[in-house]
Design a protein around this ligand. Sequence first.
Ligand code: GDP
Ligand code: MG
Length: 276
Amino acid sequence: MTIQWFPGHMAKARRELEVRLPQVDFVLEIADARAPAASRNPSLARMLSGKLHLLVLNKADLASPLMTDQWLRSLRAEGMEAIAFSASADRPRKLLQPIQRLSSSRSAAKGLRLLVVGIPNVGKSAVINKLAGRRRTAVGARPGITRSQQWIRAAKNLMILDTPGILWPKFADQETGYKLAAIGAIRTEVLPLQEVALWLARRLQDLAPSTLMTTYDLPSDDLAAILPGIAKRRGLFLSGGKLNIEQAADVLLREYQQGKLGRVSLEQAEGEGTGL
Ligand SMILES: Nc1nc2c(ncn2[C@@H]2O[C@H](COP(=O)(O)OP(=O)(O)O)[C@@H](O)[C@H]2O)c(=O)[nH]1
Ligand SMILES: [Mg+2]
């Protein structure tokens, strides 16, 4: 399996980020709490050059609370400022407080300018909306749609750029690719849908045993029977009457992404528990 992240896109994203970083004091990096390592790009660290930096493990409402706590402990042990957040469920205060605490020495004079960055679909727009307190950016919009750049006043001393900085996903290995596809950070055209769904099904069997069987009322937890079982239960058939496995794969991925299979994280912090 090879995953291609088009070099042209990557160069463009990097150039845009390089133009915008000098305009800000604070970088709010958004990652997905269900895969905090896979959903970050290590290139960012090299571009930060002394700026204030807070890592937000967003979508914490979809992640395992225990594993998110382990991630926070491990990140903080490495000297990283990190918090767990849910742009859907939490109040803006939960984000504003650590931002203000970290910036207390710098913000007083001229106010703090902040840029939200992250790979696609981790919730950058949702976080900006949360901070802005009203709908200023289109959530779910595709990267690059918002053209003009504006500052939003999020608090007395805090200005944020209304368009996030896009980081490009880094495919360190095949496993990372599956994680990114499972959380919806890369489109499933990049990887075969059924392959991703089977990877996720296997992962769910390990992490949340019996969840698949109860959610989809499956007769067995045999891996080969999962997608056909979902197709049967949901009445997904091709015109000839055969089971629509491709659509079943799509259902499984979408419902995992929406949290309908419970709070399941795909990645464990280093040094925690048995190696995942
Ligand atoms: N459950 C949940 N969904 C979220 C959260 N943050 C964002 N989303 C959803 O994730 C999808 C992508 O969010 P968006 O803000 O557009 O991501 P962006 O591409 O990084 O700007 C949207 O469907 C959001 O509603 C969160 O904290 N929890
Ligand atoms: Mg967005």
